[in-house]
Structures are given as structure tokens and as C-alpha cells.
Design a protein around this ligand. Structure first.
Ligand SMILES: *[C@@H]1O[C@H](CO)[C@@H](O)[C@H](O)[C@H]1NC(C)=O
Ligand SMILES: *[C@@H]1O[C@H](CO)[C@@H](O)[C@H](O)[C@H]1NC(C)=O
Ligand SMILES: *[C@@H]1O[C@H](CO)[C@@H](O)[C@H](O)[C@H]1NC(C)=O
Ligand SMILES: *[C@@H]1O[C@H](CO)[C@@H](O)[C@H](O)[C@H]1NC(C)=O
Ligand SMILES: *[C@@H]1O[C@H](CO)[C@@H](O)[C@H](O)[C@H]1NC(C)=O
Ligand SMILES: *[C@@H]1O[C@H](CO)[C@@H](O)[C@H](O)[C@H]1NC(C)=O
Length: 392
């Protein structure tokens, strides 16, 4: 039994109402697009990040806008920490130790994080905490599919906030709710031209979802493992710093890799702080893969293979050659809906339908992003999951 399984079992003990008895599934959704109705909370606004500015200045405009929401989010993390270790000792530790860590982070991340702390007035240690938060507890669904014309389509649900405080009254995860107002689309520019685009959380400098227009698309999902993020992060603090933070690697690949093949090589071969899944789509037929990573190396690469009838690859949070944990099976419903859709009918619209079907859509889902590389298109939507709906 792996680590994620234990965590989910632990959480299960705290839910008793019948709607939480898994598996709660429904028929594959249709006609959900354009997004509307109770599963659609709202559109995501766009901001430009100018890579020609010094790193400390890049996030100023965004953070000036989103400061209140970020402060509220960080307050919620502090409240959780207080509930966990009363007397505020945990946050005191964060305020004292994490600022020391910022200078160990590579360029440009350390300067960007300092800039965010300056603009927002939030203590540096707490901004660092917000930036390493996603290396744990992110459960997601990512799909890359090829249509009959060789177009690659990439979709993802970002599910975050597992175990981060359950709001009994609202039947929602406190941290997931606080994250929704922080979701933004970013257009990273150099010389006034788009380098890549991303859906992200304001205040966070790594990338979980992004597109290099006409070249490749990339998402990252967490891979739970005993050799997981905590150990790598601990080693980093203790001075063993040869691994790379996962979401810094995805940012770096989106910013500086120039092709699908280069992106694939870097994602497969760079030493990491924790295991991960990278889901990568290219701009030509057959270019779509799920890279299953240990900290050291790529364990397995599953690729689209039309000859074998594999017109899409799909990843949640379990190795594809193993059965998903039965209490957290988002893979089977997502595959069922992809199979029902058929390659002939896959579009951004039908991909949105798949990502709108419970439990692929669940209480943790903060946003859905759809990307089409040939048009350089990225669009994203804030999501809600009305009851009855599984907590993950
Ligand atoms: C619960 O939901 C209500 C109505 O949607 C909202 O006003 C309130 O802020 C929510 N409470 C929390 C703690 O999120
Ligand atoms: C940047 O590009 C936009 C549109 O692409 C244009 O309107 C604007 O004038 C450009 N700015 C500069 C400084 O070149
Ligand atoms: C991308 O490459 C440029 C030029 O080498 C470098 O300055 C920048 O820091 C790199 N970006 C990331 C995120 O690593
Ligand atoms: C695909 O990407 C490569 C590398 O970025 C680029 O040279 C090529 O022109 C792209 N092809 C299309 C059809 O956009
Ligand atoms: C979907 O189709 C693939 C390929 O035919 C098959 O291997 C898989 O079992 C199907 N999954 C579901 C859930 O229908
Ligand atoms: C594909 O789409 C067409 C046109 O919208 C529809 O007639 C057909 O039933 C769909 N096929 C499947 C398998 O959903």
C-alpha cells in the first residue's frame, strides 16, 4: 500500500454522510461547453508577466491586484497550522526558517519570491511556504489526445487542497475555496512577444499547467510515493541541493525549451526533489506522452501510438501500469468518457465534457484548462462541484 492510499484512508474516516461513500460516478457529461451552469464558477483573467523586467519586478502588477486574496489564503494556511500545532509555533518556525531557504533557490525564483513578498507585504517565509505547498497534496487529471487531423489537444483538472480543512457547513475544502480567486492566466513575454502561457495561482512562481504556442503543452501531476516530496524538501533544507523543484523545472522547460523533444528529454532526465508525472503534448502526430518520474530518472514513458489504437494518454495520480486505488479511481471514468467520445469527436469542447464528469470533477477541482497547440490556445475555467459530489 502506498503513501497516497494511506492518506486517503485516513481522510475517509472523517467523512460519514452517504454522499461520500465512493465510488460516486455519473454518466459521461455532454453539452457542457461553452462553460455554464453550477459547475462553472467563472472565467479566469489574463495578466502579462514581462520576462525583460528584473525578476523582483515581474509580479508587481499581478500582486497589486491579488494581494487581498493572497493574504486571505495565507491566513487560512496559518489557521490550519494553528489547529494542527496550537500556539502559533508552526508559523513562527516558518517565519524564521523559510526566509533562510529563499537564497538557496535557483535564479530567477529566489528574486521573484522576494519581489512578491515586497509587493504584497506578506512575510517572506510565508510566501516561500505558499511556493512549496503544491509539491504535496496535488491530485489531478491530465489528458493529451490526438484528433483525426493530427491536432493535439491537452486538458487538465487541477485538484488541490486534500486534507486542508473540510468546511462542514459548505461541504467544501477550505484551501480549495481560497485558491479559486487566485487562479489567473499568465502571458509570459520577452521582447513584447509571447514565450509561453500558463494557468497559475497568483503568488506562485512555478508552473503546473502551460503551453508554448505551436510547440508543446505541459502539465504536471503529483506522484505519491514513500520517497516523496517531504524527504526531498528536508534534504534541501539540510543542504543536499542537487535535485530540482518539480514546478521550477516545468517553468524552466516552458520558458526555455524550444521543441517537444527537448522538453521531453529535460523532463525525463533532470534530477528532482520528488517523484512526479509530466504530461507533455507536442505539435505533430504521435507527440503526446506521460513521463513517470522517480526523483532520479524516468521510470516509464507512455506515448500516443495510433497503430496500437492509443489516440490519447491520460494520467491521474497512479502509475498507469497499476490499478488506481479503488477509493480514488478517476482514471476509469475519465477513460470511459474518452472512449465514448471517440477520436473522431475529440475537440476542446468534448474534452471539457470529460473533465466535467464526476468524479473527474470533484470537490478539490479548482480549475479546468484546455489547450490546443496548433492555435496557441489556452483557456481556463474556475470550477465548482455541486452536491452530491465526492470530496476528491
Ligand atoms: C460558505 O458559503 C457561503 C455561501 O456560498 C459563503 O458566503 C461563505 O463565505 C462560505 N464560508 C466559507 C468558510 O467558505
Ligand atoms: C507590444 O505589442 C503590442 C501588440 O502585440 C503592441 O500594441 C504594443 O505597441 C507593443 N509594445 C511595444 C513596446 O512594442
Ligand atoms: C531561461 O534562460 C535564460 C537565459 O539563459 C535564463 O536567464 C533564465 O533564468 C531561464 N529561465 C528559467 C526559468 O530557468
Ligand atoms: C513544431 O515545433 C517545432 C519546434 O518548435 C517547430 O520547428 C515546427 O515549426 C513546429 N511545427 C508546427 C506545425 O507548428
Ligand atoms: C478504453 O479503451 C482502451 C483502448 O481500447 C481500453 O484499453 C480501455 O480498457 C478502455 N477503458 C475504459 C474504461 O473503457
Ligand atoms: C460525433 O459527433 C457527431 C456530430 O456531432 C455525432 O453525430 C456523432 O454521434 C458523434 N459520435 C459519437 C461516437 O459520439
Amino acid at each position: 500500500m502506498d503513501y497516497g492510499v494511506l492518506l486517503i484512508l485516513a481522510a475517509l474516516l472523517s467523512f460519514s454522510s452517504p454522499q461520500f461513500i465512493p465510488p460516486y460516478t455519473e454518466d459521461c457529461r455532454t453539452e457542457m461547453y461553452p462553460p455554464n451552469g453550477p459547475t462553472f464558477r467563472g472565467a479566469v483573467s489574463w495578466y502579462t508577466v514581462d520576462l525583460d523586467l528584473p525578476p523582483s519586478k515581474r509580479w508587481a502588477a499581478l500582486l497589486t491586484d491579488k494581494k487581498t486574496e493572497l493574504v486571505s489564503m495565507i491566513q487560512a494556511i496559518k489557521d490550519l497550522a494553528d489547529a494542527f500545532v496550537p500556539s502559533g509555533r508552526l508559523i513562527k518556525l516558518v517565519d524564521i526558517t523559510l526566509p533562510l531557504m529563499v537564497d538557496t533557490l535557483p535564479y530567477p525564483f529566489s528574486d521573484e519570491i522576494k519581489g512578491i513578498a515586497d509587493v504584497s507585504g506578506i512575510p517572506l517565509g510565508e510566501v516561500v511556504l505558499f511556493n512549496i505547498f503544491y509539491e504535496v497534496f496535488t491530485v489531478c487529471t491530465s489528458i493529451v489526445a490526438e484528433d483525426n487531423n493530427g491536432n493535439l489537444i491537452h486538458g487538465r483538472n487541477l485538484d488541490f487542497g486534500l486534507f486542508m480543512g473540510w468546511d462542514v457547513k459548505n461541504k467544501s475544502w477550505i484551501i480549495s475555496e481560497k485558491l479559486k480567486p487566485l487562479v489567473v492566466n499568465l502571458d509570459f513575454k520577452r521582447n513584447n512577444q509571447t514565450v509561453f502561457k500558463s494557468t497559475n495561482f497568483a503568488g506562485y512562481v512555478g508552473m503546473l499547467t502551460g503551453i508554448k504556442p505551436h510547440s508543446f503543452t505541459l502539465t504536471m501531476n503529483e506522484r505519491f510515493s514513500l520517497d516523496g516530496g517531504y524527504i526531498g524538501i528536508l534534504e534541501w533544507i539540510l543542504g543536499n541541493r542537487d535535485g530540482m523543484w518539480m514546478s521550477f523545472l516545468t517553468r524552466s522547460v516552458l520558458e526555455n525549451a524550444t521543441s517537444y523533444d527537448e522538453a521531453k528529454t529535460r523532463l525525463a532526465q533532470t534530477k528532482l526533489l520528488a517523484p512526479a508525472y509530466f504530461i507533455l503534448g507536442g505539435n505533430q502526430t504521435g507527440q503526446g506522452c506521460v513521463i513517470t518520474r522517480s526523483r532520479l530518472l524516468s521510470i516509464n514513458i507512455l506515448e500516443i501510438d495510433l497503430k496500437l489504437g492509443r489516440w490519447y494518454v491520460l494520467e491521474t495520480n497512479y502509475d498507469h501500469w497499476e490499478e488506481p486505488f479503488f477509493l480514488d479511481d478517476r482514471r476509469t471514468p475519465a477513460m470511459k468518457c474518452m472512449n465514448q467520445t471517440t477520436q473522431a469527436n475529440i475537440t476542446l469542447k468534448t474534452m471539457y465534457d470529460v473533465l466535467s464528469t464526476k468524479p473527474v470533477l470533484n470537490k478539490l477541482t479548482t480549475y479546468t484548462t484546455l489547450m490546443q497547440v496548433s492555435e496557441g490556445k489556452l483557456e481556463s475555467y474556475i470550477r465548482d462541484c455541486p452536491n452530491p459530489c465526492l470530496p476528491w
